[in-house]
Design a protein around this ligand. Structure first.
Ligand code: FRU
Length: 485
């Protein structure tokens, strides 16, 4: 018996030694689906980006995020924190907001209080967020006097008590028309607006959204954006406003998605612009993939830009995707702008931000496992673009010039077994007819983001191939492949 157990121990020792020799050790940064150039939390769970702002004095982008530090599924929410100087590489910092007796820390925003309206100090960073507890959701604030690295909760919290079950995700901006802070808040299937002079006392202004847009699920993460000539490709005689509203479920391909409304804002009420004939009541979508949710812009982005990032997942399967040490990643940074389609209708466009484009390195003949592909597709014939690997796993994209659509099929892309909602084909309208369509593909270890290079549509989809795609086949066009820097 003793001999047997000694032999067993020896075999186990050899086995363990063998493992350390041959098997790559799985630690937080080296698992196969860890994104190379998308932000992922070092470990554990992440959902929505929160409180994003740009510190112009130091050239630093701050990104907070919904975080469960205790595991890889949704749990007690905290605000995690990362910073970047290039929107591509991220430095992780300690958690800034912890749950307390008012509740756990849900989504919200942050502003730089340049004029000390709240009394926490000139240029204090003030975070406005939801605290969620079993019987309700309330809005609280916290302030930072060290540039956003540590926060102190305001002793008068909560600053806005909830009176209904879903009452959350405050996004605050300074409104020049009414000369006050203005909050967009998701309330079940409506957006409510509130105004404040000091970020502590809030007055109800108006509600928007009853019977408008998609209502297949709860409304979340709203943001009101102002568009001027500066961030528009249209001839505009006056400013236009866009209200972003995430919805879950109820997205065009199932589960989560971000819809938007275009209209006017008078400092109190958001009035949607009339939609063209035959389009009345049609929902508009920021992204035509399955994996771009809770999109927000960075407060104080430079040069009046609207720089946005979204959570690159979908509540249908976010908690079961086959990553190990972490779950979820954010999209690349995108700049938002307004454009008009061939019928003269306004749309919200998005292009990869210049910072994201700066990722493009040397041209190469071989498809790297993280890279950028530029496609030049002839507008007169259909195009078929296939990314595949030696296992026969593939993602098939199709430009259909007659239907005027771009589609992406991930039904055979790799592991789809973790959720019956994952295998899908997503379709985007082209919106603008072009002689040549330029399409950009941002490929990372578990995602493909496709863009009309001029921003008329975007499509973000996760993929989990058992080995990286190493073949690219293009019919109906040309491709240039780039390594990342
Ligand atoms: C959106 C959301 C928000 C909420 C947060 C909780 O993904 O449901 O409405 O604040 O996630 O983690």
């Amino acid at each position: 018996m003793r001999h047997l157990s000694l032999a067993f121990c020896a075999i186990m020792l050899l086995f363990v030694a063998g493992c350390t020799d041959r098997t790559p050790v799985s630690h937080p940064t080296d698992e196969p689906f860890r994104s190379v150039y998308h932000h992922t939390p070092e470990a554990n769970w992440m959902n929505d980006p929160n409180g994003m702002f740009y510190d112009e004095a130091n050239g630093v982008w701050h990104l907070y995020y919904q975080h469960n530090p205790f595991g890889c599924t949704w749990g007690p929410m905290h605000w995690g924190h990362v910073t970047s100087t290039d929107l591509l590489t991220w430095e992780e910092h300690p958690i800034v907001l912890y749950p307390d007796s008012i509740g756990t820390i849900f989504s919200g925003s942050a502003v730089i209080d340049k004029n000390n309206t709240a009394g926490f100090g000139e240029n204090a960073i003030v975070a406005i967020f939801t605290q969620s507890e079993r019987i309700g959701q309330h809005q609280s604030i916290a302030y930072s006097t060290d540039g956003g690295y540590t926060f102190t909760k305001y002793e008068g919290n909560p600053v806005l008590m909830g009176d209904i079950a879903d009452f959350r995700d405050p996004k605050v901006f300074w409104d020049e028309q009414s000369n006050q802070w203005t909050m967009a808040l998701a309330c079940q299937q409506e957006i409510r607006f509130y105004g404040s002079s000091n970020l502590k006392e809030w007055t109800y202004l108006s509600s928007f959204g009853k019977d408008l847009g998609a209502h297949g699920g709860v409304w979340e993460c709203p943001e009101l954006l102002k568009f001027t000539m500066h961030n528009s490709q249209c001839t505009m005689t006056e400013d236009k406003y866009v209200l972003l509203v995430s919805i879950n479920p109820g997205g065009p391909f199932g589960g989560s998605a971000t819809q938007y409304f275009i209209g006017d804002w008078d400092g109190k009420v958001f009035t949607p612009a009339p939609q063209g004939e035959g389009r009345e009541g049609a929902s508009l979508w920021l992204d035509y993939g399955k994996d771009n949710y809770s999109t927000f812009t960075f407060h104080n982005s430079p040069d009046g830009r609207l720089v946005a990032m979204g959570w690159m997942s979908n509540w249908q399967y976010a908690e079961v995707v086959p990553t190990v040490a972490f779950r979820s990643q954010n999209t690349i940074a995108r700049d938002l702008f307004l454009f008009t389609d061939d019928e003269g209708e306004y749309h919200l466009g998005s292009v990869p931000s210049p910072e994201s484009l700066a990722l493009r390195g040397e041209e190469t003949r071989y498809l790297p496992d993280a890279g950028i592909v530029e496609l030049e597709l002839d507008g007169k014939q259909d195009a078929l673009i296939t990314l595949s690997n030696d296992k026969g796993e593939k993602v098939v994209m199709n430009l259909d010039v007659h239907r005027r659509t771009f589609s992406m099929d991930r039904t055979a892309s790799g592991d789809c077994s973790f959720s019956h909602d994952f295998a899908a084909r997503t379709v985007a309208p082209l919106f603008v007819k072009r002689d040549t369509y330029h399409v950009l593909l941002f490929i990372d270890h578990c995602s493909i983001e496709a863009f009309d290079a001029e921003g008329a549509w975007a499509m973000t989809n996760l993929v989990f191939p058992s080995e990286p795609y190493n073949h690219l086949d293009v019919q109906g066009g040309e491709a240039k492949i780039y390594n990342i820097r």
